[in-house]
Design a protein around this ligand. Structure first.
Ligand code: SAM
Length: 289
């Protein structure tokens, strides 16, 4: 691939998806786009670029973007955020939202669904405690291919062996030939929708809890700051943001502040000094101690 094609793809990916592709990662273009060209019966990456450039084939651009996303995910990834969700976050919201009995959760880079289904399993374990509650989980992603997999809830043996406790496998999955399918009761707890984090958030509504894990790492500082600002806008003053282990708001945005001892969890920044209602909740204080 010539430098012209590389520059075109680099700029297009940044503009349309936020992905920053450095020259050291240019090998990824070859390995991921050759199969795309083949699938579309095109003569290699050069022809793919010609089609993407002339603007008459939006499906070519979409296929390029989807191929360049990294969809790595697994159940209860890094475990700690899910412990925090179970032991501290949910007890807080079950008290704080007694009046409305509504909790809204957004997985902003849901990929193949392991993250939202992990949250759904935790919620389901609450049993009678959430009877009569309206808990929405929305999973969004830029890639419709990966969302199809999430909606189908069909995983390989390898995928269900990564992070998923065996008792959850038995309880929430059915074996289908060589695969495991999430049971329909759990699948129905999660709604999925295609959504690009670079687009306006106006149509999304408000969320109490946002998981935006392992996606900001692909963006530059300015894009991260813009996305964090838009997330803050769609959260109430006691909203909570979960980021991935290699991500932070520090040095990028002052709209969120880290919660001491709850690594990877951030609350909407407040003008008030002193601990927030969330930090003062007995379950949160006990978990953090
Ligand atoms: C590495 S996965 C993270 C999955 C999950 N959150 C986790 O932590 O296991 C990153 C996901 O972000 C999605 N993504 C990348 N750029 C995006 C964008 N601009 N808008 C929405 N999703 C995007 C990718 O398609 C991919 O599925």
């Amino acid at each position: 691939m010539g430098p012209g094609d590389f520059n075109f793809l680099q700029e297009m990916l940044k503009r349309e998806s936020g992905l920053v592709l450095t020259e050291e990662k240019s090998y990824l273009l070859e390995s991921r786009l050759i199969p795309v060209a083949r699938k579309l019966s095109l003569n290699g990456i050069e022809e793919l670029v010609v089609r993407a450039k002339n603007g008459t084939s939006p499906e070519v651009k979409k296929a390029i973007i989807e191929a360049m996303t990294t969809n790595e995910s697994f159940f209860f990834r890094d475990i700690k955020p899910f412990d925090i969700f179970r032991e501290a976050t949910l007890p807080y919201y079950l008290d704080a939202r007694q009046n409305t009995r509504k909790i809204k959760i957004w997985c902003a880079a849901a990929s193949s669904g392991q993250e939202p289904y992990s949250l759904a399993m935790i919620l389901n374990e609450l049993g009678p405690k959430i009877a009569g509650w309206n808990v929405d989980i929305l999973g969004t992603d830029i890639s419709t291919d990966i969302l199809d997999k999430a909606i189908n809830g069909l995983y390989t043996q390898f995928e269900v062996q990564r992070g998923l406790p065996v008792q959850n496998l038995v309880k929430y999955f059915d074996k289908e030939d060589e695969h495991w399918r999430v049971k329909s009761e759990l699948r129905s707890m999660v709604k999925y929708r295609e959504f690009n984090l670079l687009d306006s958030f106006a149509t999304l509504g408000q969320f109490d809890i946002v998981f935006c894990r392992n996606v900001l790492i692909y963006f530059d500082q300015e894009t991260k700051a813009q996305i964090l600002a838009r997330i803050a806008e769609c959260m109430p003053p006691d909203g909570l943001l979960f980021l991935g282990g290699a991500e932070t708001v520090l040095g990028i945005s002052n709209l969120f502040q880290p919660i001491p001892k709850l690594r990877g969890v951030y609350e909407v920044a407040s003008k008030e000094s002193g601990p927030s209602a969330f930090m003062e909740h007995p379950a949160v204080a006990a978990f953090a101690s």
